[in-house]
Design a protein around this ligand. Structure first.
Ligand SMILES: C[S@@+](CC[C@H](N)C(=O)[O-])C[C@H]1O[C@@H](n2cnc3c(N)ncnc32)[C@H](O)[C@@H]1O
Length: 216
């Protein structure tokens, strides 16, 4: 486990009530397919960081032998535990934070972050933790909304970021999560950038990335 301890507690009671509904809406408009794409090649023992209410659990493919899901927010963690009973693979839900994962070095074949890097206080530290718990050659699977490459939308995201985190559980719109994964020392194996357009509308969180990074 990481040497330093993280004192920050993650509690977003209002967001935790609303998020499952927001997620169901997103899944009905394409996020289900995104989650399947994210997890298609996952295999062996997988650590899911910031699992929320367990929305990814039902999408793990049979070649995944076990999922250890880490979620710091108490209400979402309770929901994840309920949902884990219905998962097609064994899922254990643990309390913990991305910056200090409750797992041994090199113990995972894969780490999953799904719409999580946007919400973390310390992304480099969290990705260093993901690297630590992965075995050499292990994979980081990431699905994130990111900063737009279009100047106009990027400007809108920057402005919105002044208030957005207050309503969205600390989420920020302006992160370049693919670059953060590269900066953390992962080599990108595959990546797809796209706009998640819902009912023909581009939203501030439309620019997305789904990819896999490999630990050397
Ligand atoms: C937008 S939700 C995504 C939930 C889920 N991964 C999904 O795909 O639906 C962001 C999640 O990140 C979690 N989170 C926030 N800060 C965290 C931290 N420091 N460590 C781990 N998870 C964190 C939140 O509690 C929440 O469950």
């Amino acid at each position: 486990m990481a040497a330093a301890t993280t004192k920050t507690r993650v509690r977003h009671p209002v967001f935790a009530r609303i998020y499952p509904r927001v997620n169901r809406f997103a899944e009905a408009h394409g996020a289900t397919e995104h989650r399947r794409e994210l997890l298609a090649d996952a295999t062996g023992c997988v650590v899911e960081v910031g699992a929320g209410g367990g929305a990814t659990f039902r999408h793990y493919p049979p070649q995944v032998s076990r999922v250890i899901a880490v979620e710091p927010e108490p209400r979402l963690r309770r929901l994840a535990r309920l949902v884990s009973a219905e998962a097609p693979v064994p899922v254990e839900v643990r309390a913990g934070q991305a910056e200090e994962l409750p797992l041994a070095d090199g113990s995972a074949d894969g780490v999953v972050v799904s719409l999580v890097l946007c919400s973390l206080a310390d992304v480099p530290r969290a990705l260093a933790e993901a690297r630590r718990v992965l075995r050499p050659g292990g994979s980081l699977y990431f699905y994130e909304h990111v900063r737009s490459t279009h100047a106009r939308l990027a400007r809108k995201q920057r402005l919105l970021d002044r208030v957005w985190p207050l309503f969205a559980g600390g989420c920020r719109l302006t992160r370049d999560s693919e670059q953060a994964v590269i900066d953390a020392g992962f080599s990108i194996q595959r990546v797809r950038r796209f706009d998640f357009v819902i009912n023909g509308r581009t939203t501030p969180s439309s620019p997305c990335v789904i990819g896999v990074g490999r630990k050397p």
